[in-house]
Design a protein around this ligand. Sequence first.
Ligand SMILES: Nc1ncnc2c1ncn2[C@@H]1O[C@H](COP(=O)(O)OP(=O)(O)O)[C@@H](O)[C@H]1O
Ligand SMILES: Cc1cn([C@H]2C[C@H](O)[C@@H](COP(=O)(O)OP(=O)(O)O)O2)c(=O)[nH]c1=O
Length: 231
Amino acid sequence: MAVDRRFFGHGIPGLENESLSGKLIVIEGSDYSGHSTQSALLKEWLEVKGHAVAEAGIKRSKLMRQAIEEAKEEHILGQTTLGLLYATDFADELENVIIPALRAGMIVVADRYVFTLMARQKVRGAQSDWLETLLGFALKPDFVVYLSVPAEELMHRCFYSYGQLSYWESGMDLALSSDMVDSFLMYQNRLLEQYDRLADQYQFDAVDGTQPIDDIHDHIKKKVKKLLKMA
Ligand SMILES: Nc1ncnc2c1ncn2[C@@H]1O[C@H](COP(=O)(O)OP(=O)(O)O)[C@@H](O)[C@H]1O
Ligand SMILES: Cc1cn([C@H]2C[C@H](O)[C@@H](COP(=O)(O)OP(=O)(O)O)O2)c(=O)[nH]c1=O
């Protein structure tokens, strides 16, 4: 069987002879890096420019989102099974949101993509080849922006937004430290290492996410204008 180069791996069956005329733009980054802020700004700007835009992301499918929340709240699943739930959630998003929108010629702005699943599972001991096979159904994006923000700044933003750290975002399941602040910094630094590796491997456009929001937005607009050949 011929390899379909639009996918990272084996792809999704049934799309072999179909062209997807839309564009897939991904904003990646850690929790509190500003990925939601930048995704929303990009979507709004593209719409003002007259483009039809669809939003996508992770942990959004109706069925899986609830299952993931319950599994995390009750700590009833191991890492591999939890990773499979996130992968299923993402497959649903790809099949029901991303591909139909691309087929219709829309621009899809994905507020995080499989790379976040890869980074989180890698820090929990998953092997790269296993992950690449598992997530090989994912379409290669047309453009990936990665917001790079040091762990200390992520922690400040988290305290500023919520006044406390969360169990999962501090990686407490990894038992790195009984102190949540220490655990957050260790876990987020491990994640940043993984994102940096992925940025090299998959040629992300890495942006200093500590710059002002508008400056980052201007940078993304410039890149997207080029991608879409906008005047
Ligand atoms: N470039 C930035 N500089 C300073 N604060 C930012 C920046 N981008 C986002 N923030 C703030 O950080 C917090 C988290 O941003 P958000 O976009 O919700 O993060 P994420 O979606 O990555 O978790 C919010 O309070 C937001 O206003
Ligand atoms: C993707 C993934 C996340 N997680 C955990 C660790 C993450 O920091 C945490 C994030 O959960 P949360 O912040 O609730 O949601 P979201 O997935 O929308 O960011 O979930 C895993 O344990 N395994 C996984 O495969």
